[in-house]
Design a protein around this ligand. Structure first.
Ligand code: DQA
Length: 143
């Protein structure tokens, strides 16, 4: 089964971006971690990142059209993009929302997610391990 791991704005800068909050794992290492988990679980994992909302919408439409499960870290779009939510809502396969940091321990504006209501589940605050856990759930419950 194919799974798309989609990352929104600024996540390509993991490793150098606010390491106290997001840890020292680089984006390249995150990609490797997801692919390693995928190999172990027999999933075909494709990891993508974009700083452009329209590109993210296109990827979500692609997942909707191909009934592909999605692990989504929409970054800041989580907190204000109804367009990303509306695209994610079109998925028929499950979507797992992931955040590296514990958004609930942070600024108030990070406490609300437009994605959570249409996600199968949400993993926050467990660092990049959240992606590994999300893929394990998808392997067990999707497809
Ligand atoms: C994030 C949390 C968001 O609030 C923030 O805008 C991000 C990353 C996380 O993974 O912890 O870009 O989604």
């Amino acid at each position: 089964m194919k799974v798309l791991v989609l990352n929104g704005p600024n996540l390509g800068r993991l490793g150098s971006r606010e390491p106290v909050i997001y840890g020292s794992t680089t984006y390249a290492q995150l990609v490797e971690l997801c692919q390693e988990t995928g190999r172990e679980l027999g999933l075909e994992v494709e990891v993508r990142q974009t700083d452009h909302e329209g590109e993210m919408l296109g990827w979500l439409h692609e997942a909707a059209d191909s009934t592909t499960p999605v692990v989504l870290n929409a970054g800041a779009w989580t907190h204000y993009s109804i367009a990303v939510r509306d695209a994610a809502a079109q998925l028929t396969a499950p979507l797992v929302e992931v955040h590296i940091s514990n958004v609930h321990q942070r600024e108030e504006f990070r406490h609300h997610s437009f994605i959570s209501a249409i996600a199968a589940g949400v993993i926050v605050g467990l660092g990049v391990d959240g992606y590994d856990l999300a893929l394990r759930w998808v392997a067990k419950n999707a497809g």
